[in-house]
Design a binder for this molecule. Structure first.
Ligand SMILES: [Zn+2]
Length: 334
């Protein structure tokens, strides 16, 4: 509380002296806010009257005492002089109304900025993650081309999509053992496009997956059947229906099989797997011959242990017994 009469008296006398010297005494006072360029320049100015305390003034303007002190850079609240000018910081309504024209703009602008800020953070995060993962690949492949990872990362900055590579068929086409049901019509797809070097003389064949070996109706799947293991799938069709190579490879067997397969063709593929085509009416290839994917190797028949014209087809991966061919065939049927 500042009801010290001596201080008030002193300040009054000083005030008088100052007034006699200068026409604008405000600048001289301790409590006058001097910063006209501050955002608080719209603040009210209050002239301290006799009997005022900072507490009372703060209450009158619904201000926090600390705010009032801060607005006037008062370090000693016990020193207050009559007729000195106080900055009353405008709060709430008046201020808000003054700025209401721009408030929306500012708000949307700051929302925008927040959004951009967020995006920037996300991009930075992705860049970090990407460069972390690409560093592994990079160290495995080429340690000298340090720029490759950063170039790729830079490409990520462009909003345009960069197509790195494509697969011949959608991965989902190879998804499931159950993708084709018994009774579905199936058939060979167009063979996968070969890479250019496949056309060079003595080029090593490359493996690009299997295609359906015949067009027809899937009549039996892989698995236990009538108490016995059925090691392949059956595709039924008219006698003479073309049987094609499911993948490029070498003919390793092309003759009669007395074990029940009838006229049998076996192909060995670049990935080391073997495919098997049974019950053919005719065989069009000979052992040692190389065939391309989709090339006709036989005609459908009912030779061997067979109850009607169909192809019995098996896939034997390298070092494995027969597996379910449906795992490798496109579920889309022609
Ligand atoms: Zn069969």
């Amino acid at each position: 509380e500042i009801n010290n009469p001596t201080i008030q008296k002193q300040s009054i006398t000083r005030q008088k002296k100052i007034n006699s010297r200068t026409q604008s005494p405000a600048k001289e006072f301790v409590f006058t806010a001097s910063d006209k360029s501050s955002p608080e320049s719209n603040a009210l100015t209050y002239k301290v009257k006799s009997g005022d305390t900072l507490d009372k003034i703060a209450q009158r303007y619904h201000l926090n005492l600390q705010d009032l002190l801060a607005a006037n850079q008062i370090t000693n609240p016990n020193l207050i002089r009559v007729d000195s000018l106080l900055n009353i910081p405008l709060q709430t309504k008046e201020k808000t109304q003054e700025k209401s024209n721009t408030a929306l703009d500012i708000k949307s602008q700051s929302l925008k900025n927040n959004h951009i800020q967020q995006l920037k953070q996300d991009i930075a995060k992705l860049k970090q993650e990407y460069s972390d993962s690409s560093q592994i690949t990079q160290s495995l492949t080429d340690k000298t081309s340090n720029s490759s990872a950063s170039n790729l990362t830079d490409n990520l900055n462009n909003s345009q999509e960069t197509i790195v590579g494509t697969v011949p068929n959608a991965l989902s086409n190879y998804n499931s053992v159950l993708s084709n049901s018994i009774g579905d019509k199936v058939g060979p797809d167009l063979p996968a496009l070969l890479s250019p070097e496949q056309y060079l003389p003595n080029a090593p064949k490359k493996f690009n997956g299997y295609i359906w070996p015949a067009k027809g109706v899937l009549t039996s799947g892989y698995g236990m059947r009538w108490g016995r293991m059925h090691k392949g799938i059956d595709i039924a069709g008219p006698v003479g229906t073309p049987i094609v190579a499911a993948a490029p490879g070498e003919v390793v067997y092309a003759s009669w099989n007395s074990g029940g397969y009838g006229n049998l063709v076996k192909l060995k593929h670049p990935n080391g797997s073997i495919t098997l085509y049974a019950h053919n009416s005719k065989i069009f290839v000979r052992k040692g011959q190389f065939v391309g994917q989709g090339q006709q190797i036989a005609a459908m028949g009912s030779t061997g242990f067979s109850t009607g014209p169909h192809l019995h087809f098996e896939i034997h991966p390298l070092g494995s017994t027969a597996v379910n061919p449906m795992r490798f065939l496109a579920k889309k049927s022609n």
